[in-house]
Design a protein around this ligand. Structure first.
Ligand SMILES: [Zn+2]
Length: 345
């Protein structure tokens, strides 16, 4: 291990310790209780249907262990690790009361029901909560690392990221997350809900950008006004949920109607019956655009090294790597009809 790697790991340990000692508050608007470790993917539901001996494969999230893994790894790709389902997909989200109240319509039912609006709103809240909680966590982690390691403090890329993320977090919270708690929340959303008639061994609950990275970066660049630290409009995001049950898998995309100008391509692809179109869209959303996926050990361990490495490479943001072709990990010749809200556009 190099000296720099040792110092990164030590700094990450100190930052994570500080963050554990000064935890965030519950994400429910106005609540000041401490959050429990919320699951973005249900431990006793979707994760249970894809686990083996209580474990699934997930993207490594803790910075300290990531640095340790990277220092041991020869390829420097993001680690995907076997993780107990009690710890997989957890985030510092809601207090015990709000976590229970908000998600009982997903947790205490035998099946999801395509088109059920209460479940649509709950899936949206949970996936976007996961996205904003991770942004909040990562931003604080980065601020901590900048303080711990003076030599990186003035790095322009790091400074730029901290400024961008700070502005985006504020707007994501105010314009895409908190409105989902308004009394008319259900009327804000459109969704596409499809069912694959088998358990595909994958679970996901995340926010995905409706635009590809290049168009998305350009748009976000245009939205942020650095002279004022404000955005002209909130950053478009779509809630992307893949929820496996024993004999089926729900695929649910949900967006706020304020993002209608940006969702046409996603809407067309996600509701397509052309196997090629839907397969390309689904695998790209899952492996390239989502910040999160969980896989059954049988599926992940059955992949070739080369496919596993491609999937790990896709976790790296597009502007920081070569262009990579997304593997057709999931074949979708049997996806069911489209259930959706009446289109307003
Ligand atoms: Zn709360």
């Amino acid at each position: 291990m190099t000296d720099l790697q040792k110092r990164l790991i030590a700094a990450a340990q100190r930052v994570e310790k500080t963050m554990n000692e000064q935890p965030f508050t519950c994400l429910y608007p106005g609540c000041s209780e401490l959050p429990i470790r919320s699951h973005s993917q249900q431990e006793g539901g979707s994760l249970k249907t894809i686990q083996r001996e209580g474990k699934v494969y997930t993207i490594r999230r803790r910075m300290e262990t990531t640095f340790v893994d990277l220092s041991k790894s020869s390829d420097c790709l993001p680690p995907v690790c076997l993780t107990p389902i009690s710890r997989a997909t957890t985030f510092s989200g809601f207090c015990n009361r709000h976590d229970t109240d908000l998600f009982s319509c997903l947790e205490n039912v035998p099946h999801l029901i395509p088109g059920n609006m209460e479940q649509v709103v709950a899936l949206y809240r949970r996936s976007i909560a996961f996205a904003v909680a991770n942004r909040r966590f990562n931003l604080n982690q980065m601020l901590g690392m900048a303080q711990e390691l003076p030599e990186i403090k003035d790095n322009p890329a790091l400074k730029g990221t901290i400024i961008n993320w700070g502005i985006m977090l504020k707007y994501d919270m105010a314009y895409t997350f908190q409105p989902s708690f308004d009394s008319d929340a259900a009327e804000r959303f459109e969704f596409i809900w499809r069912v694959i008639p088998r358990n595909i061994g994958i679970s996901c609950a995340s926010g995905i950008p409706p635009l590809d990275d290049e168009a998305g970066d350009k748009l976000v660049g245009e939205l942020i006004d650095y002279s004022t630290g404000m955005m002209k409009a909130p950053r478009p995001i779509i809630s992307f949920n893949v929820v496996p049950e024993n004999d089926r898998t729900h695929v649910v995309l949900i967006w706020d109607k304020q993002f209608l100008p940006y969702v046409n391509d996603v809407r067309a692809s996600a509701s397509s019956f052309d196997k090629d179109v839907i397969e390309l869209f689904f695998n790209d959303a899952l492996l390239n655009r989502s910040e999160d996926f969980t896989m059954s050990p049988d599926l992940w361990e059955g992949l070739s090294d080369s496919v596993r490495n491609t999937i790990r490479e896709l976790i790296i943001p597009e502007h920081m790597r070569e262009k990579v072709e997304v593997p057709r990990l999931v074949s979708l010749d049997d996806i069911g009809p489209v259930v959706n809200t009446p289109l307003t556009a």
